[in-house]
Ligand binder design. Structure first.
Ligand code: ASP
Length: 334
């Protein structure tokens, strides 16, 4: 039985419904004739919202602009993150991203749609728009994930162009690092800016995308949280969505984005759910002092929240033509 039918049936038969966050967008029609009829406001004409990790002003504005034109949530998110994938000044997303310790730029991305479908690509070389590629995995194959050379070959078959991802600047920085190559897989405030984006379209549907070149000078083959559904990104259109940035290994260990959506399902606000997910990490041991993790989340009512370990994380929010950079709450000052 569809949710709408269930709600209507329940109200007509007098069956009580526990009003949880997934039903918070139902209102009772106050008119006498329709006293018992529940009206669904979800999925009808919502104000579009786009949020993304970090101060990616142009990327979030692009997504907001697409949503305002009536584009769907997933396509808007992919169009938004593409701005950073193509931005060669951004050293941890797409073209211009820092390479692994052997000098190869390898990209990770995933997307998740409002109907629960998802796609992911891992360790892809020579392709810039990997979030769009992840969508093709979702729509054009019977699979969810493609890795490495297989993902790259699939991209060419889908008409994606071969691109040189290692720019002169990122090559120079890598050569500098090679002079005293210390392998410390730590993510500090300067050294991470994966873009994770959540969009709600005018139909009230939520979808998201997450794309990164991962840890700078990572071990060949290293994969973080960003392309892993449930860790870097998770959407449940009945509840909301969440996305992560920061030390991927720690997000993976706690399946952070899925955890946030489940906490929201159990009644937490996006803000409280992000806080709880960060606390799952910080409560384990003291190692959190050395790395950053940040989450952003949105529920079906359009409420958003964010929490990070260390002060300094900001995120973007687009709504009603306004694109704001917001300082996240944090667990520790330094
Ligand atoms: N989460 C990404 C990773 O671990 C890194 C980042 O957000 O900067 O690959």
């Amino acid at each position: 039985m569809k949710r709408r039918q269930f709600i209507k049936k329940a109200s007509l038969t007098g069956v009580g419904i526990a009003v949880g966050s997934s039903l918070s967008s139902c209102v009772e029609n106050p008119s006498k004739e329709n006293k018992n009829e529940m009206i669904m406001t979800a999925n009808i004409s919502k104000t579009p919202i786009a949020i993304c990790t970090w101060a990616f002003v142009a990327a979030n504005a692009k997504a907001g602009e697409q949503l305002s034109k009536g584009k769907k949530a997933l396509n808007s998110a992919i169009a938004g993150v593409a701005i950073e994938e193509e931005n060669i000044k951004n050293t941890t997303v797409g073209k211009g991203g820092a390479p692994d310790r052997e000098g190869n730029v390898t990209l990770d991305a995933c997307v998740m749609d409002s109907n629960g479908d998802c796609g992911s690509v891992i360790c892809v070389e020579n392709i810039t728009n990997v979030a769009a590629l992840a969508k093709r995995v979702m729509t054009e194959t019977p699979h969810v994930m493609l890795t490495g050379f297989g993902a790259e070959e699939f991209a060419y078959r889908q008409g994606f162009k071969k691109d040189k991802l290692l720019t002169e600047d990122s090559k120079k920085a890598w050569e500098e690092w090679l002079k005293s190559p210390e392998y410390k897989p730590l993510i500090n405030i300067e050294n991470h800016d994966t873009i994770g984006m959540l969009c709600m379209d005018s139909n009230g549907n939520i979808a998201g995308a997450c794309t990164t070149s991962g840890l700078s000078y990572k071990m060949k083959g290293r994969v973080g949280d960003s392309p892993i559904i449930g860790s870097g990104l998770f959407i449940d259109n009945e509840i909301g969505g969440a996305v992560a940035t920061g030390m991927g290994e720690e997000v993976l260990k706690t399946v952070g984005s899925f955890l946030i959506v489940e906490l929201m399902r159990n009644g937490m606000s996006p803000q409280k759910a992000c806080e709880e997910a960060v606390k799952r990490i910080t409560s384990k041991n003291e190692r959190y002092k050395e790395f950053q993790i940040a989450y952003i989340a949105m529920n079906t009512s359009g409420d958003v929240g964010s929490y990070c370990i260390h002060k300094g994380f900001t995120y973007m929010k687009y709504q009603n033509g306004e694109n704001k950079n917001i300082h996240s709450d944090y667990f520790v000052e330094a």
